[in-house]
Design a protein around this ligand. Structure first.
Ligand code: HEM
Length: 144
C-alpha cells in the first residue's frame, strides 16, 4: 500500500503542477485580452481544483503510512533535521494552505459575475497556490 500511494502521489504531482500552471496562464490571457468568462473557463479551472483535492487526499493518507511523515514528527528529531522537517511538517502544512487558497479562488470565480474579476480570482489563487507548492516540494527525493 505504501509503495502504491507513493507512486500515485509522485505521478499526480506532475499533473497538478502542469494543470495549475496552464490554468493560471489561460486565466491571465483571458483577463488581459478582455474575454468573457464562460462555462468552459469554469470547467477548466475545475480540473485544477479536482486534481489538487485528489492529491490532498492521497497526501493525507500517505502522511500516516509513510516513515517520513507523521511517524517522524512524533518520533522526535524531525525539527532539528532540515530534510525530515520538510516531509514531516513543512510540505504537508504549506500544501494544505495552497489547496485552501486554490479552493477560495475557484469558489470566488464561480460566484462572481464580472469576467475580469473571475479570471483574476483564478490566476491569483492558482498562481499563489503553485508558488507555495513549488516552495516545499522534496525535490531531491522526487527528481534526484
Ligand atoms: C498539491 C499538493 C501536493 C503536491 C504537488 C505534492 C507533491 C509531492 C512530491 C513530488 C513528493 C515526493 C515524491 C517522491 O519522492 O517520489 C511528495 C512527498 C510526500 N508528500 Fe506530497 N504533495 C502535495 C500535498 C501533500 C499533502 C497535503 C500531504 C500530507 C498531508 C503530503 C504528504 C507527503 C508525504 C508524507 C510525502 C513523503 C512520501 C514518502 O516518500 O514516504 N503531500 N509530495
Amino acid at each position: 500500500m505504501y509503495t502504491g500511494l507513493q507512486h500515485a502521489h509522485s505521478g499526480l504531482a506532475y499533473l497538478v503542477l502542469a494543470a495549475l500552471a496552464i490554468i493560471m496562464i489561460i486565466a491571465l490571457i483571458g483577463a488581459l485580452s478582455g474575454k468573457v468568462f464562460t462555462e468552459k473557463h469554469r470547467k477548466i479551472a475545475l480540473i485544477g481544483f479536482i486534481l489538487s483535492h485528489v492529491q490532498l487526499l492521497v497526501g493525507l493518507i500517505l502522511y500516516f503510512v509513510s516513515p517520513i511523515g507523521f511517524s517522524l514528527l512524533t518520533g522526535g528529531g524531525a525539527m532539528g533535521d532540515r530534510v525530515a522537517r520538510l516531509t514531516a511538517l513543512e510540505h504537508p502544512v504549506i500544501n494544505i494552505i495552497a489547496i485552501v487558497v486554490i479552493t477560495i479562488g475557484y469558489s470566488k470565480a464561480k460566484k462572481m459575475t464580472d469576467s475580469k474579476a473571475r479570471f483574476r480570482a483564478i490566476y491569483m489563487a492558482y498562481g499563489i497556490g503553485l508558488v507555495l507548492i513549488l516552495s516545499r516540494i522534496p525535490w531531491s527525493s522526487w527528481l534526484g
